[in-house]
Design a binder for this molecule. Structure first.
Ligand code: F6R
Length: 607
């Protein structure tokens, strides 16, 4: 999603603005731009495509001001051209925006009627005209912004520069995050703490509806009612090192390899090794009174929710409703008072999930949040905050956040079962013991990286790929297909293996590789029967199983991948590794942009 950075500086800002944009490249973007104030003029430079293009433009046409704003744009309204790239500007005002202004059409018509000239197809340009109109009437920047913000519907983070006030920037947020950074005689604005990491470690998160006036010496923050407020200045904790690739070729590869460590870290904060028990953070509601859980998420986080449904129902005997956030809000779901609504998100900022969370809050639900960014909007709005400790995830395709989500969800399901008296002390100890085996098993799965890299050459030429799994491996089939689609651009579908014969089996021929996820265990034979149905129709099967499973069913497959023999509880964590690596290596064979795949954004902060 779009990235914003602003600097009220003591020295030229252009290079630092561009460096800030580089740190936000992971969010996904398709054009970029910068505006500084030089000799009392707004100087704007913009470029389509990668940041290197903007750097090239700046080489020929520098923008050497001491104050400036910059932006990476992920196109929503209007193609990713340089004329749609931010900053948008009038003679007086320049502005960058993350989010969507939903009522831009009537506002644009109204201002076009006043003779204002629009240069882009964006929703954003309307905001710059609104602010400019107020400034042109003689209003101060503060008065202009105060006048305009209530007119905007939708979601936004804004950073605004004013030609006639080269000493201030104004920022505002509603629905999209914005961070204020405190430097030594300089001040900063950024979409996230990572953007500001080497500039300052002192940051304050703006709250919903806040707006802020930055000068070189400080920030004055106002809330939605225009009252001056203070927001806690905290240590950011984001380090530039955390977002470096180290010796890895891609962030995604690094993050796949971090999984044994970060899953261990995450489990460490939910399991007590001394007595093999589950320990959750303190909260003030009665878990045993929960009659129903509603889980809402998007994408990979949704597949973690699908796995968790098995655990909540099996261990804690609580019925679970599950929905994509984008569907949930609009289907008028039945929410009984006191139900637990659980939101799963890496970023904690996904617009659909956040809106669903707020809907549930308004409807009397207890809000549980499993989230990787502890300072995110979702984390702040939770009654029960369950952080994953995956560390910054930079690769657009989610990997380590997923396995950490699974670790937290398994602990929560076991805890509920214990509290409800459905899991004995011995059973709890068994569950904890198996969960604690996950990091070593993840390492053992990573040992097969070379085999998977070799196998990727079989998958790379395919146009379509099917993934099959049963039970808790079915969501993994969906996750495997999603990973492959996202980064290798090969069409892939994940199916419940028993559902194949009800239609998709018609697709089977020699050109469609079928990846079967089948750890040995209670469902193994059933999955293998479905695999045989595929093979009988000429299907080319890749079997991912343990040594026992491969010995029983591996013969005749075009390839096999051996996983360690693990307890079914941790199989979804362990079998994530081969599907992630398979997608990763296939993308490498195809030469796609693994960490920033086309059209995708890391955190989708628009509906
Ligand atoms: C897939 C992927 C996306 C995200 C989805 C939700 O690899 O990264 O599908 O899982 O956009 O994002 P979060 O978890 O941040 O809410």
């Amino acid at each position: 999603m779009c990235g914003i950075i602003g600097i009220v500086g003591d020295a030229p800002v252009a290079d630092r603005l561009v460096d800030g944009l580089k740190r936000m490249e992971y969010r996904g973007y398709d054009s970029s731009g910068i505006c500084t104030i030089v000799d009392g003029q707004l100087v704007r430079r913009r470029a389509e495509g990668k940041l290197a293009n903007l750097v090239e433009v700046l080489k020929h046409d520098p923008a050497d001001g001491l104050i400036g704003i910059a932006h990476t744009r992920w196109a929503t309204h209007g193609a990713p051209t340089s004329s749609n790239a931010h900053p948008h500007a009038t003679e007086e005002v320049a502005l960058v925006h993350n989010g969507i202004i939903e009522n831009f059409r009537p506002l644009r018509e109204q201002m076009a009627g006043e003779g204002r000239n629009f240069e882009s197809q964006t929703d954003t340009e309307v905001v710059v005209h609104l602010v400019s109109r107020e400034v042109e009437k003689g209003r101060s920047p503060q008065e202009a912004v105060r006048e305009v913000l209530p007119q905007l519907r939708g979601a936004f983070a804004l950073a605004i520069a004013f030609k006639s006030h080269p000493d201030i920037l104004i920022g505002a947020r509603l629905g999209s995050p914005l961070v204020v950074g405190y430097g030594e005689g300089e001040m900063f604005l950024g979409s996230d703490a990572l953007a500001l990491a080497p500039l300052t470690q002192k940051i304050a998160y703006l709250e919903e509806g806040d707006w802020v006036v930055l000068t070189k010496s400080g920030a004055t923050i106002y809330d939605a009612e225009n009252n001056e407020v203070t927001r806690e200045v905290q240590a950011s904790g984001a380090t530039a090192a955390a977002i470096e690739k180290g010796n890895y070729r891609h962030y995604m590869q690094k993050e796949i390899y971090e999984q044994p460590t970060v899953v261990a870290q995450t489990l460490g904060s939910y399991l007590r090794r001394e007595d093999n028990s589950v320990a959750l953070p303190q909260f003030d509601f009665d878990l045993t009174a929960i009659k129903r859980i509603t889980i809402v998420a998007c994408g990979t986080s949704y597949y973690a929710a699908m796995v968790a449904k098995y655990w909540f129902e099996q261990f804690a005997r609580v019925p679970v409703d599950l929905d994509f956030a984008s569907e949930f809000r609009y289907r008028d779901p039945v929410l009984e008072d006191g139900g637990l609504a659980l939101f799963i998100s890496q970023s904690g900022e996904t617009a659909d999930t956040l809106a669903a969370l707020r809907h549930c809050k308004e409807n009397g639900q207890i809000i549980g949040v499993v989230v990787n960014v502890p300072t995110s909007s979702m984390a702040r709005e939770a009654d029960l905050l369950l952080p994953t400790h995956a560390g910054p995830e930079i690769g657009v395709a989610s990997t380590k956040a997923f396995t950490c989500q699974l670790a937290v969800l398994a602990a929560l399901a076991a805890h509920m079962a214990v509290k409800k008296g459905l899991m004995s002390r011995e059973e709890e100890q068994e569950v904890v013991k198996h969960l604690l085996e996950a990091p070593a098993a993840l390492n053992a799965a990573l040992d097969h990286d070379d085999d998977i890299a070799a196998m990727a050459h079989l998958i790379a030429p395919a146009r379509d790929v099917l993934y099959l799994g049963r039970g808790q491996d079915y969501p993994l089939a969906m996750e495997g297909a999603l990973k492959l689609k996202e980064i290798s651009y090969i069409h892939a579908e994940g199916y419940a293996s028993g559902e194949m014969k009800h239609g998709p089996i018609a697709l089977i021929d020699e050109a469609v590789p079928v990846i079967v996820l089948a750890p040995s265990g209670p469902l193994f034979e059933k999955t293998v029967s479905n695999m045989e149905e595929v093979r009988a129709r000429g299907g080319q099967v890749v079997l991912i199983s343990d040594a026992e499973g491969l010995a029983l069913a591996g013969e005749g497959c075009i390839a096999t991948i051996e996983m360690p023999n693990v307890h079914p509880l941790i199989a979804p964590l362990v079998y994530s590794v081969p599907v992630q690596l398979l997608a990763y290596h296939t993308a490498c064979v195809k030469g796609t942009d693994v960490d920033q795949p086309r059209n995708l954004a890391k955190s989708v902060t628009v509906e």
